[in-house]
Design a protein around this ligand. Structure first.
Ligand code: ADP
Ligand code: MG
Length: 721
């Protein structure tokens, strides 16, 4: 049986290769061995390297002969390492990554050679017609371009039969519209940099010349034995169970979190870390998560664009390695109803070229004001652009998670903790405050830093929490590309930085000192956005009411959230700051809305199918056994109270589920030409309907004895490995 198969598996033996002394290699021996970094390549001259680095620092393109030098060096390296093909690797709007492979093999004067030209390295031309264009281009023009992103390292992907060189690229249409996640992310970072730099200078930190975004994304996931996975069509087709009765011990005990990592899982984690390290991905932590069968990994933070590419590589590598261990990774936000879902905690901050973390309270009291003003800018950005930020974390999967009493709600608020909260209130309320004294907030040297680093001052229920020296955007879904929410966040913060800069300049021109101008900026910003700060329990019902009272938007479903992209007032800051053209926003809206509809339709069709292929037949089989029993008992004169009762219950439930699934089928074949309307109907009416249907399936699952029930249960998927 499936159960025997799952429980009799042994952890997969996996040994790190040995070094010359016969000892297992250390991470530092193989870290990054599958990546190509032109800076350390021996095949590129130092002079060339210097010029390339300079061009990159200044945000210029690199010269053709420099590209030629890199192309030659990377080809030699890749071929030496067994690669036969190269591909432009990019993040399309539909999620995941896309690759189009080309062979290094080429013919020169009829002779076979291995070659990658500079132009092939720099630009590719995949047929864009296979990627959704959201109506952005006329259908006859299906061309799109991929353009090399030199700031993210090239790497080799390894499969059973060979290696392929992946070249991280951006993907744009023939008319220059971005059709991917990377292009706007890069734009948002390049817009944020000058805005934040100017802000730091106005705040007295004159040494800064550029600012970059830092990101460390914690990745949550479930592991399910392969045998159960393939026996659940819903997991295969939709990534989540569409129904399933809860077990007696779901996560009430929450003992799993601190418990031992099961052997089979640890074996997977070890191999995963090994592979990630070879890819130069700084995997750092691994542990159990709250739900049974749920785990987490987190890398050391890095530059946002690299972190975004790395997170995609992490998800792909997880899938590949888990299969070797006869397990499947579930990255869906809510694979099991009634049990904790998975998120991606996007830790986000900004650093300047002098190494200053903008969210690190400095050790001198005067830097505290600069720090507080930075926090105030971010909270104002979060408050003013809460709808676009909610939009950026929307998606069919995350709808099950946000606001389900176990994940941050769909209300966007910030957690600052008691210390910061108190400081901001003091600044806002104390009218007699004299920002001239050095002892601004009377915390003394280093005190603020100490207070804020205190790990006890944490809140795990906020969608956007300050955690000492960074913000943690916790509402992002586990399957999401982190590039999109980061793009919107960067853009929102850039917008407020620009506004703050204008304000500081004006105040300082009027003769205010740096401290005075920062102080009045903080008062102004926090006065406006303090209502978006919430330090209480974000999972509670009271917060939903309180947020409504404060006038904070609560966009519960994806269709509601996506509508933000049809309202110029909501998205104009993206256009104003040069992140998207208005048409690109429309493109994204169309693609994401269509994707939502498709995902739900597949779920509905799969549900109807499973009801008829599995649930009803199991019920009928049980009924027929009961009917025979009742008949037999009648013949020998024995009463059949229990049997009749069970028979009737199963009958009623089968009738109910059959009629509901017929209704759902009818709904699906109706007229759906108005996509927004249809999506909203799905999000409310049809989702309510399938929730009822799932409830009936679960009742049947509980009524029908195991021997007749053919689908793996939550018990199997969550506890057996
Ligand atoms: P938690 O207590 O939430 O598990 P950790 O301290 O383990 O948090 O860090 C979580 C993530 O935050 C890690 O990926 C870490 O590298 C990242 N991180 C730490 N500092 C920064 C920063 N300045 N910018 C972005 N990410 C950061
Ligand atoms: Mg965390």
């Amino acid at each position: 049986s499936l159960r025997n198969r799952a429980t009799s598996r042994n952890p997969r033996h996996f040994n790190v290769p040995l070094d010359n002394l016969g000892l297992p290699k250390k991470v530092s021996d193989y870290y990054g061995e599958l990546t190509f970094d032109f800076k350390t390549s021996e095949d590129i001259s130092d002079a060339t390297k210097k010029e390339i680095i300079k061009a990159l620092d200044e945000g210029r393109g690199i010269k053709k002969d420099h590209a030629e030098a890199i192309a030659k060096a990377v080809t030699d390296w890749a071929v030496r390492n067994g690669a036969t093909h190269f591909c432009h690797w990019f993040q399309p709007l539909t999620g995941g990554t896309a690759e189009k492979h080309d062979a290094f093999f080429s013919l020169k004067d009829g002779k076979p050679i291995e070659r990658l030209s500079a132009s092939q390295l720099m630009q590719g031309e995949p047929d864009a017609s296979s990627f959704p264009n959201g109506g952005s281009r006329s259908t006859f023009e299906a061309r799109g371009y991929t353009t090399w992103d030199l700031t993210s390292p090239m790497f080799l992907i390894e499969t059973t039969n060979g290696r392929t060189l992946c070249i991280p690229t951006a993907f744009v249409s023939y008319f220059g519209e971005s059709l991917d996640i990377k292009t706007p992310l890069l734009k948002s970072i390049s817009k944020l940099s000058p805005a934040a730099t100017k802000f730091l200078q106005l705040a007295g930190h004159k040494e800064t010349t550029s600012v970059h975004v830092t990101c460390g994304a914690e990745q949550e996931y479930f592991l399910v034995d392969k045998a159960f996975y393939y026996a659940r069509p819903d997991l295969v087709m939709t990534g989540r169970t569409l129904f399933g009765a809860l077990t007696t011990r779901n996560q009430q005990l929450e003992d799993h979190y601190f418990g031992l990592i099961p052997d089979r899982v640890l074996a997977f984690m070890q191999e995963l870390d090994y592979e990630l390290h070879r890819l130069g991905i700084p995997s750092k932590t691994r542990h159990n998560e709250v739900a049974p069968g749920q785990f987490e990994m987190a890398p050391i933070f890095s530059e946002a664009n690299v972190a975004s590419d790395n997170n995609q590589m992490i998800m792909t590598t997880m899938r590949r390695i888990a299969e070797k261990h006869d397990m499947m990774v579930l990255l869906h936000e809510k694979p099991f109803a009634g049990i904790n879902g998975s998120g991606k905690h996007v830790n986000w901050s900004m650093s300047d070229d002098t190494g200053l973390n903008l969210l690190e309270p400095g050790s001198e009291p005067q830097s505290n004001l600069r720090f507080l003003a930075t926090v105030a800018v971010i909270v104002e950005a979060l408050h003013r652009y809460s709808k676009p930020l909610r939009m950026a974390i929307s998606g069919a999967g995350n709808d099950h998670r946000l606001g389900a009493n176990e994940a941050p709600p769909s209300i966007i608020s910030a957690y600052l903790g008691d210390t910061l909260d108190k400081i901001f209130h003091t600044i806002m309320e104390d009218k007699s405050f004299t920002p001239r004294s050095n002892n601004v907030i009377d915390l003394g040297t280093n005190q603020l830093a100490h207070l804020l680093q205190d790990n006890t001052d944490r809140n795990r229920t906020s969608p956007f929490a300050f955690t000492g020296n960074k913000f943690e955007f916790r509402a992002v879904g586990s399957s999401h590309a982190i590039g999109f929410p980061m793009t919107i966040l960067n853009a929102a913060v850039t917008d407020i930085f620009n506004e703050a800069n204008a304000y500081l300049e004006a105040e300082q021109a009027k003769g205010q000192t740096v401290d005075q101008s920062l102080m009045s900026l903080i008062k102004k910003l926090m006065g406006n956005s303090m209502k978006a700060v919430f330090n209480g329990d974000g999972y509670s019902k009271e917060w939903v009411q309180e947020a409504a009272r404060r006038g904070l938007p609560n966009l519960r479903t994806t269709p509601e959230a996506l509508k933000t992209m049809t309202n110029a007032e909501d998205y104009s800051f993206l256009v104003r700051n040069g992140i998207f053209k208005a048409e690109e926003v429309t493109t994204r809206y169309n693609i994401l809305l269509e994707r939502y509809i498709k995902i739900r339709e597949i779920e509905f069709e799969t549900m109807i199918d499973m009801i008829h292929q599995y649930v009803i037949p199991s019920g009928l089989e049980y009924k027929s056994v009961l009917a025979n029993l009742i008949k037999g008992q009648k013949e020998i004169g024995v009463a059949s109270n229990f049997e009749m009762d069970a028979y009737k219950k199963v009958s009623t439930k089968i009738d109910e589920i059959h009629s509901l699934s017929t209704n759902l089928q009818k709904e699906l074949s109706g007229d759906h030409s108005d996509h927004q309307k249809y999506a909203e109907k799905i999000g409310s009416e049809l989702m309510t309907m399938v929730t009822t249907m799932a409830g009936i399936c679960n009742e049947l699952e509980e009524l029908i004895p195991n021997q007749f029930y053919t689908l793996p249960k939550y018990y199997d998927m969550l506890f057996l490995r």
